[in-house]
Design a protein around this ligand. Structure first.
Ligand SMILES: Nc1ncnc2c1ncn2[C@@H]1O[C@H](COP(=O)(O)OP(=O)(O)OP(=O)(O)O)[C@@H](O)[C@H]1O
Length: 240
């Protein structure tokens, strides 16, 4: 459904991602795994179209244009949780667009938001200000916003961070179900074990794609070593 081909992304002299080629299919739950600074968020943000400066191609199959069908859940700490809006308002942004209300919500929007808040277990908190939520509750609200959007491509940056073990299981089951409904689900995570249990495709990355395939194909001592050894990090154009 979407992919990148020979993608290289640089931030000034810093090479964040080099010659990456990988595909993500409809109905597939994929995990992007690697150490800090490996380029995971960079890959995800490129897929979302947030990084205009790159070499190589980002491809969408016909019928899946980037805008309108992508639901992106950024890292929690990149958002302003002091903003004076409620849980309901944030979930509704999945329908109406960002702040400023691109359009007024209709009955269908309200139904989808209600369903999404129930599915993620935060419906009872819907009137609460988002600043008054715990880390795990915030993560659930972000997932509710994503579900409400009803996109074909779900891209999530570390959705399990700050979430307790029981909640992690239910969130993974929720994402698994979304993939089973035919959506392409792509998640950045540090949790190799979770990914191995729930995902169809593991993408190991450390500035380059080390391996991509089923957990059985990818989860080998050599690949794990190549991914989590620090020797790939900190390269610049000058060093390369
Ligand atoms: N806006 C930026 N400006 C300059 N360098 C950046 C920027 N964003 C990321 N980088 C660098 O690019 C590299 C890849 O960063 P990226 O955020 O993609 O890693 P990551 O795998 O998501 O890491 P983490 O697990 O810590 O979230 C890092 O070396 C980082 O310092």
């Amino acid at each position: 459904m979407l992919g990148v081909e020979h993608l290289t992304v640089t931030y000034g002299p810093q090479v964040a991602l080099e010659d990456a080629t990988v595909r993500f299919e409809a109905g597939q739950f994929s995990a992007i795994i690697g150490p800090n600074g490996a380029g995971k968020s960079t890959l995800l943000r490129t897929l979302v179209g947030l990084l205009p400066d790159h070499a190589g191609a980002v491809q969408f199959d016909p019928g899946h244009t980037a805008q309108g069908c992508i639901s992106y859940v950024p890292q929690q700490q990149t958002l302003d949780w002091a903003f004076p809006v409620t849980v309901w308002d944030v979930a509704m942004m999945g329908r109406t667009g960002r702040l400023g209300w691109l359009r007024w919500p209709g009955r269908k929007d309200r139904e989808l938001v209600q369903a999404a808040l129930r599915e993620t277990g935060v419906y009872d908190l819907r009137h609460r200000h988002i600043g008054a939520l715990s880390g795990g509750q915030r993560q659930r609200v972000l997932l509710a916003r994503m579900l409400a959007r009803r996109g074909h491509l779900l891209l999530l940056d570390e959705p399990l961070t700050g979430v307790d073990a029981a909640t992690q299981e239910s969130l993974m089951a929720l994402l698994r179900a979304e993939a089973n409904r035919g959506r392409a689900v792509v998640m950045v995570t540090h949790d190799l074990e979770q990914a191995r249990r729930w995902c169809d495709q593991l993408v190991l990355i450390n500035r380059r794609i080390i391996a991509a395939g089923t957990p059985e194909q990818v989860y080998t001592p050599q690949n794990i070593e190549a991914t989590f050894s620090s020797s790939h990090l900190g390269h610049t154009h000058a060093e390369a």
